[in-house]
Design a protein. Structure first.
Length: 448
């Protein structure tokens, strides 16, 4: 253990009031890429569902079960695995989850039964759920305060960006190599990124100063040297007092309970409800958009185009929200985006009923992507701002995890609705309602 001096450098000041160096920007960009390949791996199932269903003789309700188990894995990964990054470190968690996701996605290409497909997608989901909370936390900790919301927003934009790439790649890969080619490509790229993370991603400075392993000072100085900051004689402090807070001494279970103490209870419950409602609609669209477009009588390429436009709109929406958040209240903007998405989902249902042409339907899907994903992804920045750094990974992880319970239910319920013969208009009208309610809840968070 290294002793902290009576007047140590404050670790928060080193980041918050220092320059946003090239290496720090690179860390944020790498976190974005990690999340991007995560998005590709998880949504590969959406753009191949029709082909997998035909190849393995799976009906929509069984495909819905696959989607739900994958998202259940993401829920549990975010709730429980992500919290381990507060114990073993952000860097270790990122490398582990990249390896886990890459290996299981690669193995998915060789499955020939429903149980094996469900198991592998569940394990991939576990890694993906922990990954998102970990990269968002690391990017937040290496970003100065005035750039923090923008950095977290940029990193979380990686998921829809990866999903957008999925739709583009599928139109070329699936006709040539079959649905298996998507999983081979995604798994291989993810394993390569695990290797890149091993060499390029440093451990969190906050984590090193809090845990103080035997070589903590040397590791901190190596990181500071990369950032061209003068080496330190003693470990920086975590707080102004220099001592460990009660939150620092808590185990994982206690950190979870802290989220429901009077100080955080109202914000936590509102945050969880908003995540749950919005994500149930998001993953209904992320899972079923290509299949629903095909069911309307359009080609598989049209389904992939709709999926690509939905996620491209999501990427634009995320950065539009990030820009506007520097001028207006973040939670108010999220509320406006969420309610707008509900309105346009009802408009899409009406356009289908009135037999609008493909171009108009694609435009509506694009607008829904901007408003829905832009608003939803802003919730990650809200979660990061609500909780102090000592419980941030736990707070963000549980918000994402409990929210993903909605992601488990949404695609599964939609699968049964589609299998029972309900038209696409009913699906869109029903799943617009959670976005409307979620937008109202988001306004209550009152986060700048």
């Amino acid at each position: 253990m290294h002793t902290i001096t009576s007047k140590p450098v404050n670790i928060n000041d080193l980041i918050d009031h220092g320059k946003f160096s090239f290496r720090q920007i690179l860390i944020v960009l790498l976190c974005l890429v990690f999340n991007m390949v995560d998005g590709f791996d998880i949504t590969a199932m959406a753009v191949t569902a029709h082909q997998i269903g035909e190849d393995m003789q799976l009906s929509e309700d069984k495909l819905g079960l696959v989607f739900s188990f994958s998202l259940a894995g993401m829920m549990l990964g975010a709730m429980f695995l992500a919290a381990l990054s507060d114990v073993i470190g952000r860097r270790t968690m990122i490398i582990f989850t990249l390896t886990l996701v890459g290996a299981t996605v690669l193995l998915t290409a060789s499955v020939n039964s429903l149980p094996a497909l469900i198991l592998l997608r569940f394990i991939s989901g576990l890694g993906a759920g922990a990954m998102l909370a970990s990269v968002a936390t690391l990017a937040s900790e290496y970003s100065p305060e005035k750039f923090r919301a923008m950095a977290v927003t940029a990193v979380t934009a990686g998921y829809p960006l990866g999903a957008m790439t999925t739709g583009l790649v599928a139109s070329s890969v699936v006709p040539e190599f079959g649905w298996q080619g998507m999983f081979i490509a995604g798994g291989s790229a993810t394993l390569l990124l695990a290797l890149i993370a091993f060499f390029m991603i440093p451990e969190s400075l906050y984590f090193l100063c809090k845990k103080q392993p035997d070589d903590a000072l040397q590791r901190v100085n190596r990181i500071l040297q990369i950032f061209k900051v003068q080496s330190l004689q003693h470990l920086p402090s975590i707080e102004d007092t220099g001592g460990a807070t009660e939150a620092d001494r808590q185990n994982i279970y206690q950190k979870m309970l802290t989220l429901l103490t009077p100080e955080f209870r109202r914000s936590t419950l509102t945050l969880w409800a908003t995540f749950f409602l919005c994500i149930s609609t998001l993953y209904f669209l992320m899972s079923w958009t290509p299949k629903l477009i095909i069911n309307l009588g359009y080609s598989a390429d049209a389904g992939n185009l709709a999926f690509t436009l939905f996620n491209f709109g999501g990427v634009l929406g995320i950065f539009i929200l990030g820009y506007l958040a520097s001028k207006w209240s973040l939670s108010t903007l999220i509320s406006i985006f969420a309610i707008t998405s509900a309105v346009f989902m009802w408009a899409f249902a009406g356009a289908v009923s009135l037999d609008f042409n493909q171009t108009n339907l694609m435009l509506l899907i694009f607008i829904i992507g901007i408003s829905l994903q832009g608003g939803y992804t802003g919730m990650y920045a809200v979660a990061a701002k609500i909780y102090p750094i000592e419980i941030r990974s736990t707070g963000v992880g549980w918000a994402i995890g409990l929210g993903r319970f909605g992601a488990v239910l949404g695609p599964g319920i939609a699968g049964y609705m589609i299998a029972s013969g309900l038209p696409i208009t009913i699906n869109f009208m029903v799943f617009a309602i959670p976005m409307l309610i979620g937008g109202i809840f988001a306004y209550q968070l009152r986060v700048r």
